[in-house]
Write a protein that binds this ligand. Structure first.
Ligand code: AMP
Length: 505
């Protein structure tokens, strides 16, 4: 099923429903959205772009983003959304790796990209140009090109906290299953609802567009084109029924803003958080300040947004004897997948044992683009090796320990950085923390904590060590503390442990 079929259907049934909003301003209803995408689809076909061809999108969030995606899909081509915060050289690397035939860009990204492009690289179309307007004004294709479930729709370049990004091949079937899991596991969507894109549309936030297209709901792109707590609360209040994806750092900032400015989150329906660890103290505070608005998901590019879910009621419920454990988990398997914990040889481990998290099911990628070795290494007998380490309890709740490579082995004992981070974060003067291992002659590795102190507080190594001695086994205590003003993060708000390792060296 081509996702453009969903747009096509919605536009036939609800042509007058507002579709694309820039801030509070409606820039297209569903009839207009479809007409522009279908016109763009015809323009792409006229340049010989056909089923399976790749077309890249390198620009900041805007309403044009969705026009481009659906224009590409109308023509049956494959969208390659590139994180707009990447350096233009990194973007060009992806464009070449994907073998893209054309790039849609905004003015600033386009000019940066042109400056590094060479003869042979694809044409760049500026979405604010008359050229783009004319492309969209073509006679609309009557229907989208038909796609089967195993045909490619989205090439998703992984954020790459290590090494070169790999192109995750997502098919129509993968995205359809992920979309249906959202309805089953997170919430239903009606035409009175809205999605707000505050995180990059090239990533999870954009992947969540489908549910809202299917149901004639509104797509709100903040005028800032990015993440701004004040703008989000303002839009939520004015537009209402807003759902949005937010990385844990974004949730943290929203909560800080709400606390300082006395916001209660009116108009926000659901904040779906994930993409990195959410600390217990942070989610408890988020619920306290903003109420019952949170759902956690755990996923990765290779199984987008689609591995586990901790739904609204379990985030909020404090009556269950295991509520705290559940809150610290990433929830249970979403409706379209099975989750297992395996040892290094890939053999399933019993309940409670810690091992690599494996996933199997309809949303799991078709493999990495032109990389059969990495595909074979990552998907074995239909099971996706996530590279994450965790355990399942007897009720099916999955708790993440860490990424396998982050485990610190000190004196032969495994230490999970997450556990130490959770503890230090409970210290009242600690704002943020990230823990890594450092080579040590005596112990093999020792624990190092990078700490960001809360503003206006005095914090010393001695305080934190005493705090650890009070709370965790002595061998888990950081041997080294480094106080820094900010943790290095990638564009999705994930802490760059590789950068911390470099700082330490
Ligand atoms: P990416 O493919 O860039 O989206 O990164 C996916 C990785 O982020 C996963 O493999 C996990 O290590 C991490 N991650 C995703 N969701 C969560 C979550 N809810 N809690 C903790 N870590 C997460």
């Amino acid at each position: 099923m081509n996702p453009a079929e969903w747009l096509h259907r919605t536009a036939l049934i609800h042509p007058e429903r507002p579709a694309l909003l820039s801030g509070t301003r409606v820039v297209a209803d569903y009839a207009g959205f479809r007409a522009r995408a279908a016109g763009l689809g015809r323009a792409l076909q006229a340049t010989s772009i056909a089923k399976g061809d790749r077309v890249a999108v390198f620009m900041a969030n805007s309403t044009h983003y969705l026009e481009c995606l659906y224009g590409i899909w109308f023509a049956g081509a494959v969208a390659v959304p590139i994180n707009s915060k990447l350096h233009e050289k990194e973007a060009l690397w992806i464009i070449r790796n994907a073998g893209a035939s054309l790039v849609f860009s905004d003015t600033s990204h386009g000019s940066l990209l042109r400056a590094v492009s060479e003869p042979g690289d694809p044409d760049i179309v500026d979405v604010t140009s008359t050229e783009f307007t004319n492309m969209c004004a073509n006679a609309p294709l009557e229907t989208p090109v038909a796609l089967d479930p195993d045909e490619l729709v989205w090439l998703f370049y992984t954020s790459g906290t290590t090494g070169r990004p790999k192109g995750v091949m997502l098919t129509a079937g993968n995205l359809g299953a992920m979309t249906h899991s959202y309805f089953a596991d997170i919430e239903h969507v009606s035409k009175d609802d809205a999605i707000l894109y505050a995180a990059p549309m090239s990533h999870g936030a954009g992947i969540y567009n489908f549910m809202f297209v299917m149901n004639a709901a509104r797509h709100v792109i903040p005028e800032s084109g990015g993440f701004d707590s004040e703008e989000i609360f303002d839009l939520a209040g004015k537009i209402g029924n807003i759902s949005m994806f937010a990385a844990p750092t974004m949730v943290r900032r929203m909560v800080d803003y709400a606390e300082t400015n006395g916001c209660d989150g009116t108009g926000l329906r659901t904040v779906i958080y994930g993409g990195g660890p959410m600390y217990e103290a942070d989610i408890l505070e988020a619920v306290e300040v903003l109420g019952d608005r949170f759902v956690q998901i755990y996923g990765q590019g290779e199984c987008p947004m689609g591995i586990t879910v901790l739904p609204h009621d379990l985030v909020i419920d404090r009556t269950h004897p295991r509520w705290r454990e559940r809150l610290n988990s990433v929830g249970y398997a979403q409706s379209h997948v099975r989750v297992a914990i395996c040892d290094e040889a890939g053999h399933p481990l019993p309940t409670g044992a810690v091992g690599e998290i494996m996933v199997r099911g309809a949303p799991v990628m078709a493999g990495y683009w032109q990389n059969p070795e990495a595909s074979a290494e990552t998907v074995r007998n239909g099971w996706l090796r996530t590279g994450d380490v965790g355990c399942l309890d007897d009720e099916g709740f999955l708790t993440l320990r860490d990424r396998s490579k982050d485990v610190i082995i000190s004196g032969g004992t495994n230490i999970y950085p997450r556990e130490v981070e959770e503890l230090l974060l409970q210290h009242e003067a600690v704002r943020e923390v990230s823990v890594i291992g450092a080579k040590d002659e005596e112990w093999g590795e020792i624990v190092v904590a990078f700490v960001v102190a809360r503003e206006g507080t005095a914090l010393s190594e001695k305080d934190l060590d005493a705090y650890c001695i009070d709370h965790i086994a002595r061998f888990k205590r950081p041997k080294i503390y480094r106080f820094i003003p900010d943790l290095p993060k990638n564009n999705y708000g994930k802490v760059l442990k590789t950068e911390l390792r470099r700082l330490l060296a």
